[in-house]
Design a protein around this ligand. Structure first.
Ligand SMILES: Cc1ncc(COP(=O)(O)O)c(C=O)c1O
Length: 385
């Protein structure tokens, strides 16, 4: 099987798995324990935190380990909003955020916060004017993702950060889950984002690991209360082995970013050129988008029909996002981009990972062409019936 659903999750790297087993064997002690074994676990955890801080250009006190991207997004948005109500109770997110941001914002609405959704253009890129108009003196959190998980649109993070800092007192959070390891993110300096989110399983590390990282000290409320681990910000016995390999994966992803991005960009451009002559195919992603995601749709064909047919031919792709794969509703991202109706239900997403090869992409093209002929036949039969 050729796996091209790396935006949903990635296969854990061999060296990550080995390191995980080793860390579990040697450093299983609770890092909060005072005995020697606990002290050793804790010092390994500290080194991992340091490594991540170094890659992200911040300090180790600003790194909080969590259970993954969804928890990090919840923690940062809820935590900053609830702890800073004196600044205001207005939150801004983009219309194309991941559910873990949108649903968090919706939950805060029940606590008296008002939410505004920034519009996007037909490529999924936010309208800066709209953001500017929505910022008020009451805005407390702005959360806008770096790379969209469904279509790969890249948001102009530095410009957004500048705008948010110039026009408001709000904290600016960036969900960098799809961008980390593919695009650089400038975190340091007064004009950077205030907080970013990373998830381990998108980086060939393990599911159930993630980071909430801050540029500098902020006032934030925890969402998980208990024993006060993670500087009192995230209680629960810290998963040392998960976090040790997360640090390793973050370092590896950062070191190989340029090489991988160049490889993915070449494949993406090649696929764009390949898809262009098919008049029935609508490509939602642009060549200016993220290098590793390309989504497209065939008029009148449901996404699940396409992915099943591709799977039967040995190629794994997904509908526009794994979270939407079990319902056939049009995704909010596709809606916000104004994708024409006949294409809106049929979006499939192809996402590359570090294990893919040129041969995989050649096979993908061969299978796509074959499946396209098959499904077009199906549509004709359906129309005649
Ligand atoms: C952009 C984005 N944000 C958040 C998440 C959630 O991350 P996790 O699966 O680690 O909870 C995902 C996962 O698909 C994502 O793509």
């Amino acid at each position: 099987m050729i796996y091209l659903d790396n935006s949903a999750t990635t296969k854990p790297d061999e060296q990550i798995l080995k390191a995980f087993v080793q860390a579990n064997k040697r450093f299983f002690a609770n890092p909060a324990s005072l005995h020697e074994m606990g002290v050793e676990s804790n010092s390994l955890l500290g080194r991992s935190r340091q490594q991540i801080a170094q890659v992200l250009n911040t300090t180790e006190e600003q790194i909080v380990f969590t259970s993954g991207g969804s928890e990090s997004n919840n923690f940062i948005i809820k935590g900053l909003a609830r702890a800073n109500t004196h600044r205001g109770k207005h939150i801004i997110v983009s219309a194309v955020e991941h559910a873990s941001v949108l649903e968090t914002a919706r939950a805060l609405e029940h606590e008296g916060f008002t939410i505004d959704y920034v519009k996007v253009d037909h490529q999924g890129v936010i309208k800066l004017d709209d953001l500017k108009n929505k910022l008020t003196k009451d805005t407390v959190v702005v959360s806008i993702m770096h790379v969209n998980n469904e279509v790969g649109a890249i948001q102009p993070i530095q410009e957004i950060a500048q705008l948010v800092h110039e026009e408001s007192r709000a904290f600016f959070h960036v969900d960098a889950i799809q961008s980390f390891g593919k695009l650089p993110i400038q975190f340091a300096g007064e004009q950077g984002p205030d907080a970013i989110t990373i998830s381990g399983h998108k980086l060939n590390a393990l599911k159930g690991s993630g980071v909430a990282a801050f540029r500098k000290r902020v006032t934030i409320e925890p969402i998980i209360h208990g024993g006060g681990q993670e500087m009192g910000l995230r209680s629960g016995t810290v998963a040392v082995p998960q976090n040790v390999v997360l640090a390793k994966a973050i370092r590896l992803a950062d070191e190989s970013r340029q090489e991988n991005s160049a490889k993915y960009s070449a494949w993406r451009n090649d696929l764009h050129a390949f898809l262009e002559p098919f008049t029935e195919v609508y490509v939602l992603s642009s060549n200016e988008g993220a290098p590793h995601i390309i989504s497209c749709s065939i008029a009148g064909i449901k996404g699940e029909v396409l992915i099943n047919a591709m799977q039967a031919n040995g190629v794994i792709v997904s509908t526009s996002s794994a979270c939407h794969s079990k319902d056939s509703k049009v995704s909010h991202v596709v809606q916000a981009m104004g994708v024409p109706d006949e294409y809106a239900r049929g979006v499939i997403r192809i996402s590359f990972g570090k294990d893919n090869t040129d041969e995989d992409i050649a096979e993908l093209k061969r299978v796509f062409e074959k499946v396209l002929k098959q499904v077009k036949g199906e549509v004709k039969k359906y129309e005649m019936a």
